[in-house]
Design a protein around this ligand. Sequence first.
Ligand code: CP
Length: 310
Amino acid sequence: MINIKSRDLIQPDDFSVEEINSVLELACDIIKEPKKYTHICDGYLLATLFFEPSTRTRLSFEAAMNRLGGRVIGFSDSNSSSTTKGESLEDTIKIISNYADIIAMRHFEEGSATRGALVSSVPVINAGDGKNQHPTQTLTDLLTIKSLKNTLENQVIGLCGDLKYGRTVHSLVKTLARYKNNKFIFISPEELKMPDYIKDELDPSTYMEVSDLESSIPKVDILYMTRIQQERFSDSSEYERLKDVYILNKEKLDNAKEDMLILHPLPRVNEISTDVDSDKRAVYFEQAKFGMYVRMALIIKLLKLNCENF
Ligand code: CP
């Protein structure tokens, strides 16, 4: 069994590749034998603090803790918290860490999870900080790829859409680059290109930047579609101009590899037409389910709970 050294998960680099693999292995065992884990978190409390909207991340964390026998407190709308009275993020986290054993937090500001972890007396999981990172979505994506492709290596991954503001792609690229021989095609309009601070960490021979989706589709093993992040635009006319720049439909899949996977962190808006949903390569709903299992594994690991088989 590999124990996780870091107390928190703020960005994917907090875990070594071996540690990430051990979370994925545990998630696979939970999928195989869920009954083994139904009481492992008895007596433990998870706090979900969501200062930004969420469906999958918050509810999969809550489902995960409930399925492990633990309980959940928290808020899904910070307007119902004392933030509205001017309480700082630091004070909020200090208080909640007196009540809960582990915290999953989402916030609209980059760096907020780091600020939370610095003052928390219990583990903090970054459930998304602004346009920065979303490490548990990355664990979700990795578990999906590992389960359906049986490897995390030697893949050509096309990432399409809002690569500037999409925190899921930032975390995913940083992490997949740590596995052998993965290559990336960044597909975006000029205005929404992958930020330099992510590209600077990559070997330049491992990625290319293009704007055309159709010509990229036949080359990729994994197509990772993303939503244009309306909430991060300061100019609404810019969003209106770019929002439908990529729409994947059934016809565009004609030249795709038979075993290509189509992933999307969801929610989707228009970027994947619903006629794609029935294609066997479209795995984004299954992906969201993997998210619950990987969060179960992550909670067990960060609480340093003993699993007989690991
Ligand atoms: N993928 C994801 O983060 O979805 P939510 O915003 O619904 O949590």
